[in-house]
Design a protein around this ligand. Structure first.
Ligand code: HEM
Length: 269
């Protein structure tokens, strides 16, 4: 079972199992691919906003947060619907948190974290620390000093990583997008080749059918030293990136072989 299938299982269990049926919108999550579920609307509300678990209507519905919660004590004046599943027991907080994290990390169809396969507690703890959202910045390796650090900028993206204790790395690199437009996304996959300090290798490929479908970059990074006496130090992955294949054509041709350096700084959530 992968994480997407586990989310479906949690929703099915909430209404009495995979064969239970309900009125209103029905079991709208069943029989869908990951992409179809992510695109799904229920009563004109988008169910999932990829990367934003807490503000996704699915999570709000299960927690009874506005616009849900008319059946809870002291409902907000903006609440329009009861907490879901309406009329049934609420979903346990741990399962809602699982769905929230799954959405935060890009709604991946990646393996479930399975403690049974841990090669060691250290790897498990390290994998947990590496999992999360980072601000990824890559820099041109110009040998001469510059008067403005902006001249070094190659890219600033959002990196979402899910790292398993067995070292499997999955995630996304999300490009900035204007409000209301879909961001360009590279899907990331790779592995941790060493723990403590962790060394990661992963590949990013533009999503099929998108404007960056021909993007293909390889990344190699290490987790930087944690200072015991440091204050509020962030987990940071430093590394180098290689353009593994040409992309674009004509004036926008970007040649394979180009390299840059990167820092990925972990965010709070
Ligand atoms: C964006 C998400 C959702 C929206 C907008 C939504 C909306 C609604 C609305 C308007 C009703 C009718 C309420 C009433 O009669 O008072 C309803 C009923 C219900 N919903 Fe949801 N819902 C959502 C998600 C969910 C989820 C995730 C579950 C299950 C885990 C769920 C389970 C139910 C159940 C069991 C009912 C009662 C259906 C019946 O009549 O048998 N809903 N929902």
């Amino acid at each position: 079972m992968n994480r997407f299938e586990r989310v479906i299982q949690i929703l099915d269990n909430a209404i009495g199992g995979p064969d239970a049926s309900i009125g209103a919108h029905g079991a709208f999550w069943r029989g869908l691919t990951r992409d179809q579920l992510v695109a799904r609307n229920v009563f004109a509300l988008q169910v999932i906003t990829v990367g934003q678990g807490a503000s996704s209507n699915l999570v709000k519905a299960l927690r009874g947060e506005t616009p849900f919660g008319t059946d809870l004590p002291n409902p907000s004046p903006d609440a329009r619907f009861p907490r879901m599943p309406a009329g049934l027991d609420p979903v346990v907080a741990q399962d809602i948190a699982f769905i929230e994290q799954w959405i935060d990390e890009g709604c991946l169809e990646d393996p479930l974290p399975s403690p049974g396969r841990d090669p060691g507690e250290q790897a498990g703890a390290e994998a947990g620390k590496l999992t999360g959202t980072y601000t990824y910045r890559s820099f041109l390796d110009l040998p001469d000093p510059v008067d403005n650090f902006g001249k070094l900028k190659f890219a600033q993206l959002e990196l979402r990583l899910a790292v398993q204790p067995d070292g499997i790395v999955a995630g996304t690199l999300v490009f900035p997008a204007a409000p209301g437009t879909d961001p360009a996304v590279m899907d990331v996959s790779g592995q941790v080749s060493a723990w403590s300090p962790a060394h990661l290798n992963f590949t990013g490929r533009g999503r099929a059918g998108s404007a960056i479908a021909d993007f293909h970059y390889d990344y190699d990074g290490v987790v930087l030293r944690h200072w015991e006496t440091g204050i509020s130090q962030r987990l940071t992955i430093a590394g180098t990136v290689l353009r593994a294949e040409d992309h674009g054509s004509g004036a926008t041709l970007a040649k394979a072989g180009f390299t840059a350096s990167f820092l990925a700084v972990k965010r709070d959530a």
